[in-house]
Design a protein around this ligand. Structure first.
Ligand SMILES: Nc1ncnc2c1ncn2[C@@H]1O[C@H](COP(=O)(O)OP(=O)(O)OP(=O)(O)O)[C@@H](O)[C@H]1O
Ligand SMILES: [Mg+2]
Length: 259
């Protein structure tokens, strides 16, 4: 189970975030990056944050803690900005919050070249969950306390916006390969592939999928309840591991061409 906190204060918007995330405080005295259910991509982006973020954690990557965040829509009254008022009003109830890493720096691959195996693992992971948001311009990687932290997985698993493309998505090469910030550094893709694929199991994936709040998936059109939706995610996540993994081979080829 993810912890649930209650938001006590909206501190400030994170203007660089496309979905208007905010820094907020909660009743556990923690400071979080709050992602609103009422923002652009809605609850699907929050589901992607949970599923991809928690798979990343289970694979051993550094990921800030992800919690559910209860938001009182009446907090909108205290905000002067009408856009933020609307966002808070549209997001009453359950939202997502990510532990704020104070003083974290944006990752700069030129100043601080990453370890080739770590780069390969992250590239493999992003290709596995189809995360299209890890480019040179927007790395969504933070350097903090000597480690590289993975954030912002809301643009993963994008087949869930329509579901019709699920079967095609399972075998599709990673669409964001050429833009991926770590492609030139990923010199150990076959090793990363072996490691990562052996660490992922049906029970690990089921444990992660059980973290999605029931109320975000129980009324999904085309499905008969939350259980079926969880099974659909599992179908993708297990199907993508089936051999031969053409999408991994495509990563290797793209890496060779990028040199
Ligand atoms: N846990 C965190 N700790 C510290 N800073 C963070 C954290 N999460 C996000 N940030 C900062 O806030 C910015 C926006 O967050 P995030 O990328 O998650 O939002 P987003 O709306 O999905 O952004 P975009 O779509 O523009 O990439 C990040 O680029 C980073 O600078
Ligand atoms: Mg981002």
């Amino acid at each position: 189970m993810l912890r649930t906190v209650k938001i006590t204060r909206y501190v400030t918007p994170l203007r660089e975030g496309g979905s208007l995330p905010a820094i907020a405080e909660a009743d556990d005295l923690g400071t979080y990056v709050l992602k609103f259910r009422g923002a652009g991509q809605g609850k699907k982006a929050l589901i992607a944050e949970i599923v991809a973020g928690e798979i990343a954690r289970a694979l051993g990557f550094a990921v800030p803690e992800i919690v559910l965040a209860d938001l009182d829509p009446e907090m909108a009254r205290a905000e002067p900005d009408p856009e933020i008022q609307d966002l808070i009003r549209a997001s009453g109830g359950l939202n997502l919050a990510i532990d704020y890493l104070p003083g974290a720096l944006g990752f700069d691959p030129l100043a601080n070249p990453p370890d080739p195996l770590l780069a390969s693992r992250i590239l493999w992971f992003d290709a596995y969950v189809a995360n299209v948001d890890r480019s040179v311009h927007n790395t969504n990687l933070l350097e903090w306390h000597g480690r590289l932290w993975l954030i912002d997985h809301g643009a993963s698993l994008y087949f869930h916006h329509t579901w019709r493309g699920l079967e095609a998505a399972i075998h599709r090469p990673y669409v964001a390969t050429r833009d991926h910030v770590l492609l030139p550094f990923a010199e150990a893709i076959p090793k990363a592939d072996k490691e990562m694929a052996t660490r992922i199991s049906p029970s690990m994936l089921r444990g992660v999928l059980d973290l999605i709040p029931e109320e975000w998936i129980r009324d999904e059109p085309g499905f008969d309840g939350a259980g079926e939706v969880r099974e659909a995610y599992l179908r993708y996540l297990l199907g993508r591991l089936e051999e031969p993994r053409g999408w991994v081979r495509a990563l290797e080829e793209a890496h060779e061409q990028a040199l």
